[in-house]
Design a protein around this ligand. Structure first.
Ligand SMILES: NC(=O)c1ccc[n+]([C@@H]2O[C@H](COP(=O)([O-])OP(=O)(O)OC[C@H]3O[C@@H](n4cnc5c(N)ncnc54)[C@H](OP(=O)(O)O)[C@@H]3O)[C@@H](O)[C@H]2O)c1
Length: 326
């Protein structure tokens, strides 16, 4: 399925996550969708091993990924303890807790009780001794930040994770959380945020903070869940994410499809697919550490990885893109 040759590192670029020692691949793979028990395990296995074979060393999970929740971790556990068993030290595995996962008051949000129990459950599902990165999946306004960050610090110090990170924190809470972690001696190495050509506001409000505090930026949904590709140019195809579930909404597609057509023309002139240009546009920007994409096939994975062949933009291209996005 995958080669064991060092060729897998021939094209991938690695970028430092903030001021940490951890290098992340320019493109990472997220298992939010397409890797649950409802999906075809053989295809999931093929995608994950093909990703590893392309130099994608960072695999992103969370307790609730599936469906059903937890099944993406269980399925990934079979692969990392099967095909990829010999390669644990070449992989960065991340999990998260913070969204609803189990019944009752402790399976949600950011208490120490919830985070530590969830991390233990994730390790059991994946059959791992530790994860490389453990994220607080979202800011909990009702739990003291000191408690949530204290839990991340404990998770790292107890050997359950190597690094602590944040996801979806608004700027003010992110700044405080990063400072608390630094004071505890467990620095925040990354902040995971939604960022793409079509959704830029969150990134724009956080990039300066990340730079000042030395925190890496993991950009998720970089293809706006697939809208930044050529697949929706002629409507919503059967089997696509927009046809399957409610996460890629019809209103968002309708509001942006004209832009997508114009961006597609720019991409074709550059000799890229739109998906590739959407990835390249982020990698041109050193404020993004890694572009965390999802895929439903190895063909999409290869398409996205080929974005690395051209991450330069002319002034005219940037001006045209900026005009389209304004
Ligand atoms: N921290 C958080 O709260 C949070 C939230 C969301 C996501 N994430 C992370 O970010 C990861 C990526 O999120 P995402 O899946 O929304 O990212 P995305 O890369 O924006 O969207 C992935 C979807 O785009 C389509 N696609 C990908 N490559 C394509 C290509 N080359 N050509 C045409 N279509 C292509 C596929 O859709 P089809 O399925 O239609 O083929 C694929 O499922 C997640 O897996 C997760 O790890 C984190």
């Amino acid at each position: 399925m995958y080669t064991t040759s060092p060729q897998r590192y021939a094209t991938m670029k690695f970028r430092r996550s903030g001021r940490s020692g951890l290098l992340l691949p320019a493109i990472s793979l997220g298992l939010w969708q397409n890797f649950g028990d409802v999906d075809d395990f053989a295809r999931s296995r093929e995608i994950i091993t093909a990703a590893f074979d392309s130099g994608i060393t960072y695999i992103d999970l969370a307790n609730n990924y599936g469906p059903p929740p937890g099944s993406a971790e269980s399925n990934f556990g079979k692969i990392i303890n099967g095909d990829l068993k010999a390669y644990r030290d070449e992989l960065v595995v991340a999990s998260k807790a913070g969204y609803v996962m189990w019944d009752g008051p402790y399976g949600n949000w950011g208490s120490r009780k919830s985070l530590v129990a969830s991390c233990d459950q994730s390790l059991r599902r994946m059959g791992l001794d530790y994860v490389d990165i453990f994220y607080s999946h979202r800011y909990d306004p009702d739990t003291p930040l000191e408690e949530t960050m204290g839990a991340l610090d404990y998770i790292v110090r107890s050997g359950r994770a190597l690094y602590a990170a944040l996801s979806n924190y608004p700027p003010e809470a992110a700044a405080k959380a990063i400072d608390i972690l630094a004071a505890l001696g467990t620095p925040c190495i990354a902040h995971q945020i939604r960022y793409s050509m079509l959704v830029r506001g969150i990134g724009e409000s956080l990039f300066e903070l990340h730079r000042d505090k030395g925190v890496g930026c993991v950009s998720f949904s970089p293809l706006a869940q697939g809208l930044l590709s050529d697949k929706y140019l002629n409507g919503i195809p059967e089997g696509s994410r927009a046809s399957r579930d409610g996460t890629l909404k019809g209103d968002f597609i309708a509001d942006n499809i004209e832009r997508v057509h114009r961006l597609n023309s720019v991409a074709l002139r550059r000799g890229q697919t739109l998906a590739q240009m959407a990835v390249s546009w982020q990698l041109y920007d050193d404020r993004v550490t890694t572009v965390l994409a999802g895929v439903s096939s190895t063909a999409q994975l290869r398409d996205n990885v080929a974005a690395l062949d051209n991450c330069n933009f002319t002034r005219d291209e940037l001006a045209e893109i900026s005009d389209i996005l304004s």
